[in-house]
Design a protein around this ligand. Structure first.
Ligand code: OGA
Ligand code: MN
Length: 293
């Protein structure tokens, strides 16, 4: 079967079929890479035999992989982040368990690793066990939001820097989830509020749940702006909702889209997702200076 690339919505996403990500020709990879830069979200169907090694090898074609704090005993070690409601013995983890509460942070609109000095370029999420209903992943286009702004708003927002802070975003769920040690290891960082794709020049609003406030503005005022921008990015015509099927591998451009997981009946259905994360080329701000804690 030949590679096929079909747009998912007028503003973001493409569905890719007819390929095995473990056996791509150079031409197929080039077509996928171009679609990634152009469409921001790629739904690659039919990857039934995928394992961590294969997922990591495909992901590395886009750049170096980030390592994750949630160590995983599998062969790929810390390059695979596992989001699962199954225990190591295969039993369902109770929804109120701290691990589940921690991972529920992914149900807020966010962009991966924006709290790191070098934020992520891409994430690849493989649905290893998908629930029959619920548990969708939604994506929202920061580019469509940028395109919808007036010229005056664009020139106001483009120079702004947002402060991103993992303790702030997880604190929205439960202030006790993270510790003083986490605070020292995860100092807040500065990120551009508007990012430009280096390949095609498209601009995108870049914020999400980890964005705490705007540098140089009163916190409440900055937060109000971030809320307005998140509302703009996530209005329905800028979104794509992915309903997971067996064999799906979904990848997205963290520089250009927000995403969130949707709830499902997690006391009843297992949901096991494995993620690889491709590191960005560098800090989003020229001086790359992390903030003091
Ligand atoms: C992620 C994420 C949401 C989901 O993998 O980065 O936010 O639907 N996932 O599991
Ligand atoms: Mn995420």
């Amino acid at each position: 079967m030949a590679l096929s690339i079909i747009p998912l919505t007028p503003v973001l996403g493409a569905e890719i079929s007819g390929v095995d990500i473990g056996a791509l020709s150079d031409a197929e990879f080039a077509a996928i890479e171009t679609a990634f830069e152009d469409c921001s979200v790629l739904v690659i169907r039919g990857q039934h035999g995928i394992d961590d090694a294969k997922q990591a090898a495909f992901s590395r074609r886009f750049g170096d992989l980030e390592t994750t704090i949630s160590a995983n005993p599998g062969g790929e070690g810390t390059t695979i982040a596992v989001f699962s409601n199954l225990d190591s013995d295969g039993a369902l983890i109770p929804p109120k368990d701290k691990r589940m509460v921690f991972n529920s942070g992914n149900q807020m609109w966010h962009t991966d690793s924006s709290y790191k000095p070098v934020p992520a370029k891409a994430s690849m999420l493989s649905g290893r066990v998908v629930p029959p209903e619920g548990g969708e992943t939604e994506f929202a286009s920061g580019r469509a939001a940028w395109d919808a702004l007036t010229a005056a708003d664009r020139s106001e927002y483009e120079p702004l820097i947002a402060v991103h802070d993992f303790l702030y975003s997880r604190g929205l769920i439960d202030k006790t989830l993270l510790t003083e040690k986490d605070r020292r290891e995860l100092p807040a960082v500065r990120q551009k509020l508007v990012r430009t794709n280096p390949v095609n020049g498209r601009k995108a609003i870049y914020a999400g749940a980890h964005a705490s406030h705007i540098e140089g503005r009163p916190v409440a005022e900055g937060r109000a702006l971030l809320r307005r921008l998140t509302d703009l990015v996530t209005q329905p015509e800028h979104c794509y909702t992915h309903k997971w099927e067996d064999g799906d591998l979904v990848m997205w451009d963290n520089r250009a889209v927000l995403h969130r997981g949707r709830p499902w009946d997690d006391g009843r259905y297992p949901r096991v997702m494995h993620r690889t994360t491709v590191a960005g080329a560098g800090p989003s701000v020229e001086d790359g200076r992390p903030l003091a804690a």
